[in-house]
Design a protein around this ligand. Sequence first.
Ligand SMILES: [Zn+2]
Length: 204
Amino acid sequence: MTVGWHESNLSRTELVGCMASAFSHVVVAGSLGVALRLNKASWRFWVLGAACSILPDLDVIGHGMGVPYAHPLGHRGLTHSLAFAALVSLVVVRTCFRGVQEKAYRPRLFLYFFLATASHGILDAMTNGGLGVAFFAPLDNTRYFLPFRPIEVSPISIQGFMTARGMEILASEVIWVWLPASLIALGFALKRRFLLKRPHISDL
Ligand SMILES: [Zn+2]
């Protein structure tokens, strides 16, 4: 789907209904951490992972200042791109994981923070409202949705969830995001536990 940025400028009321909820982004970030075998990392790792997963929605600030939704800097634009995810990951790893003992984990940490940030756009591209996601910005501002869009668009405020509609949306995210993400993480954890278990010397 291609939309010129000047062609669409949704109001704030419309915008708040155009995202997967922060809860789901954080659940996916947590599941990715477990899948990548980083589950014994410190609290700092988990807080940063959760922050990266919701960071792309900072673009709502620009929207409040009048940036049109479909503008390259509009909602689901540059901050939802793969390039932004790579940049955020690089900055996080270079500034927050500088210890000598962390050096060996940096490639995996970079992958994790990249995926945690990029997963935001992927979830948004699976919602049934708003415009698509500019995955390839700043090179290309084309907005994309995934072919499979089962996630109901979500309100941005906590109050928005305190309604029957909010509960309905949360239930749809539990089914389409929380459960699959948790099952995938569990699958990786079990695989490590049972299939990749290294024998002790005494077992040989
Ligand atoms: Zn978003």
